[in-house]
Ligand binder design. Structure first.
Ligand SMILES: Nc1ncnc2c1ncn2[C@@H]1O[C@H](COP(=O)(O)OP(=O)(O)O)[C@@H](O)[C@H]1O
Ligand SMILES: [Mg+2]
Length: 386
């Protein structure tokens, strides 16, 4: 599971500013532009998109119709190519693969699920699941039926294995489409509105399947219109007119303009912590502003009698580190992931935090006020132990 993963050294980028590969960042888009030629002229569907997705993340991609979500997924899937920029998946430069290499690479590394399930109508369900196996040679041919049945079992569809797609419901067809996407046991699943054509109960069960797959170590990118589902994933990004905004940043700071959000999104560093892990040690230098996007963060102080005390618990949308960044000095408290669940935070470095404060005076005033309150509370809590 993702919180067991080793963190990579801070700066995974080379001196040329390009990414080095083979690190925890499984998917990387670097300055991706996609321009379509239309009757009305050139249209930029993606504008200079940077995106990093770590292994075992469950990333939701949200945004209005026509904002560029499918185009983004297609860049990663190699279904379409960027006009400029780079797409890396693991160590593979996807944008450089030729058609033949692309098909083989995709078959082994990606499972793709669409809104309309796209099962072949003349093949039985188990035959549909075996189809990608025959193409990729990952499983020995005599083992394919057994493996396909196992995937159908996992999707609770084994009883229907020998039916045709037309004999089952839409939700069931989507389960089979997911089984097919998993045929070659790919590390990554790309899903473009997989629940868009399902009722909410069925959508929920498909979503739960995805959650299970993430727990098993898969990395999933899911385009969705469903904001409730988007809240349950590791992280969400929003596409706005071909640009990417980190949803956790937008939710925490709704007064920032979309240009500001796009600019600061480029500087955001998502970090994952295991349950109970220390995020910031009391007394350590503070170099980052942290925004919680998932899980709960406990703020712990040592009282004057030495006992530790949880003085606050922060959840989605709360932030910390601002006291030290505004006032200087080392961390006034320890921040650690609560013991019940992993934590996801967005970090902004000191310079970016300073820029944000400078560009958004109202936000600066708000954050300064919170910092003041927290300092006062901390002093009171520390005395409380005597
Ligand atoms: N092949 C294409 N030719 C021209 N325009 C396209 C093409 N594909 C997508 N677009 C345009 O790019 C924009 C983004 O499309 P898309 O990524 O499909 O949006 P979304 O998935 O967010 O609804 C839309 O305005 C769409 O019309
Ligand atoms: Mg789309």
């Amino acid at each position: 599971m993702f919180w067991k993963r080793q963190k990579q050294p801070e700066d995974a980028r080379g001196s040329n500013g390009l990414y080095q590969h083979g690190n925890a960042e499984l998917i990387q888009l670097h300055r991706v532009v996609k321009t379509f030629d239309t009757a009305a002229g050139k249209f930029n569907a993606l504008r200079d998109v940077d995106l990093r997705v770590d292994a075992s993340e469950f990333l939701a991609v949200i945004g209005k119709s026509g904002s560029g979500k499918s185009t983004l997924i297609n860049m990663i899937a190699g279904i379409d190519r960027p006009t400029s920029g780079e797409v890396f998946v693991g160590n593979t430069a996807v944008h450089k693969l030729n058609e033949g290499q692309m098909a083989v690479w995709r078959g082994k590394n990606l499972g793709i699920v669409f809104q309309f399930f796209q099962l072949l109508p003349t093949l039985t369900l188990v035959e549909n699941v075996m189809l990608p196996m025959d193409f990729c040679n990952v499983h020995k041919s005599d083992e394919r039926p057994k493996y396909a049945m196992r995937l159908l079992e996992q999707m609770e569809m084994a009883d229907h294995a020998h039916k045709l797609p037309s004999a089952i419901s839409g939700g069931q067809q989507q389960r089979v489409a997911i089984a097919r996407a998993l045929a070659n046991d790919p590390p990554i699943l790309l899903a473009d509105e997989p629940t868009g054509n399902l009722d909410s109960k069925t959508a929920d069960s498909v979503f739960e399947l995805f959650e299970d797959l993430v727990k098993q170590g898969k990395t999933i990118l899911m385009v969705t219109h469903d904001h409730d589902l988007a809240k349950r994933v590791t992280r969400a990004v929003q596409i706005v007119d071909g640009e990417v905004i980190e949803k956790g940043l937008a939710d925490a700071f709704p007064t920032l303009t979309s240009e500001q959000l796009v600019a600061f999104t480029r500087r955001v560093d998502p970090e994952h912590y295991a349950p109970g892990a220390i995020i910031l040690q009391r007394g350590a230098p503070v170099e980052h502003f942290h925004i919680v996007v998932r899980g709960r963060v406990e703020i712990v102080i040592a009282q004057s009698d030495g006992a530790e005390k949880v003085v606050a618990t922060y959840a989605r949308g709360n932030y910390f580190g601002e006291v030290e960044l505004l006032r200087g000095g080392t961390s006034i408290a320890t921040a650690r992931a609560a013991s019940d669940a992993p934590v996801e935070v967005l970090r902004l470095d000191r310079a970016t935090f300073a820029q944000m404060m400078e560009q958004a005076p109202e936000l600066q005033a708000h954050i300064a006020r919170i910092a003041q309150e927290r300092v006062t509370e901390n002093v009171a809590a520390q005395k409380g132990g005597a």
